[in-house]
Design a protein around this ligand. Structure first.
Ligand code: ADP
Ligand code: NI
Length: 217
């Protein structure tokens, strides 16, 4: 079990790394993912709580959309993990989880996941949908200078990671390019159930959005 001192060290490390974020991936996102991870772990007896907790906290600090030098960030995380009371095998598993869980990475390749990886990935994806997910999408679009909606820019249904990141799109397109796909990609039963409600809210949201856009409501 991680000690509370060890946990505080990790929390401080993540706070320092993500303090500047204005794209919807700040510490509030991390803390929600940690809470969701804890809700899911309770129903997964074969999961390891420490591995899930650490992977949830650290999952975005090596992401290429958030840090300039991914290699350096990785080295720092490896160093940090080596100071904790977890095995080498667990350290390796955490690095593997945080290196392979991103939606954009999976556009090009699929991976075999451990139960711990599945849980943290589900938690991250739950935070991308529903009321919070909708809000984060507009925060991100604002930060990147994307427009709200443009009928002439169609959602992309097949895209490489490069295109996903750099081609022009809109906030509303993001629902079709990612958010509405997530419900069927959840791994655990708990996340599948939680995703259902969040998914329905997004559908209702889009319906109202178009009605308002067109002046029908
Ligand atoms: P991952 O970290 O799994 O690769 P992404 O980086 O694709 O996930 O997205 C994380 C969150 O950032 C999304 O759920 C969404 O809220 C926001 N986001 C990412 N790309 C876009 C985009 N093109 N338009 C609007 N929001 C986006
Ligand atoms: Ni995340």
């Amino acid at each position: 079990m991680l000690t509370s001192n060890e946990k505080n060290t990790v929390i401080q490390f993540v706070h320092d790394k993500l303090a500047q974020d204005t794209t919807g991936h700040g510490i509030d996102h991390i803390e929600r993912v940690v809470r969701l991870t804890q809700s899911i772990v309770q129903h997964e007896p074969s999961a390891n709580e420490d591995v899930c907790w650490l992977a949830a906290y650290l999952h975005d600090v090596i992401d290429d959309k958030l840090v300039n030098d991914v290699q350096k960030a990785q080295q720092e995380v490896i160093m940090l993990l080596s100071t904790l009371s977890i095995t080498q095998h667990q350290q390796d598993e955490i690095m593997l989880i945080i290196n392979t869980m991103s939606f954009s990475k999976q556009l090009e390749k699929s991976f075999d996941y451990t139960i711990n990886a599945k849980i943290v990935q589900d938690a991250d994806r739950l935070d991308a949908i529903g009321a919070v997910g909708i809000a984060r999408t507009f925060v991100y679009a604002g930060a990147k200078g994307s427009v709200l909606y443009d009928e002439s820019i169609k959602p992309r249904l097949e895209m490489t990671k490069e295109a996903y990141r750099h081609e022009k799109s809109t906030a509303i397109n993001h629902f079709y390019e990612k958010l509405l796909l997530l419900k069927d990609r959840m791994h655990t039963q708990t996340a599948k159930q939680m995703a259902q409600k969040r998914h329905e809210l997004m559908l209702l949201y889009l319906e109202n959005f178009y009605a308002e856009w067109e002046g029908r409501m």
